[in-house]
Design a binder for this molecule. Sequence first.
Ligand SMILES: [Zn+2]
Ligand SMILES: [Zn+2]
Length: 132
Amino acid sequence: MEKAVCPKCSGLLESITYRGIEVNRCMQCDGIWFDALAADTLKTVRGSESLDRGNPYIGRKYDRITDGVKCPRCHVNLRRMLDIDRHSIWYERCAQCGGIWFDAGEFSQFKQNFRENHLLNRARAAWHRQSK
Ligand SMILES: [Zn+2]
Ligand SMILES: [Zn+2]
């Protein structure tokens, strides 16, 4: 992505590759842009939360910005989405390219939600087997 700009603070996005998957992190607020499916792939990759190095306190501040938040690729308005689990995370998704924006600290929480779901499903499966 050439000189893409952060949808929240207008800082420049730098491209970072983790285990062959490219993401774009804002050099100013540390929010992260994931292309379609990159977040879903990376949440299963061990250690990927290290990409989310930003200060969650600053992330929460930017999380409250909801107006004029545009896709750094397609420049259309992003839709606000909610992931509810242990953490309730409001993130932004582009309906056109499927990319996702996480403010600082949100990707780590997104990953924790996924991990706990995984454990819960395993526990449910075990319970199901026992109850038969
Ligand atoms: Zn930013
Ligand atoms: Zn887009």
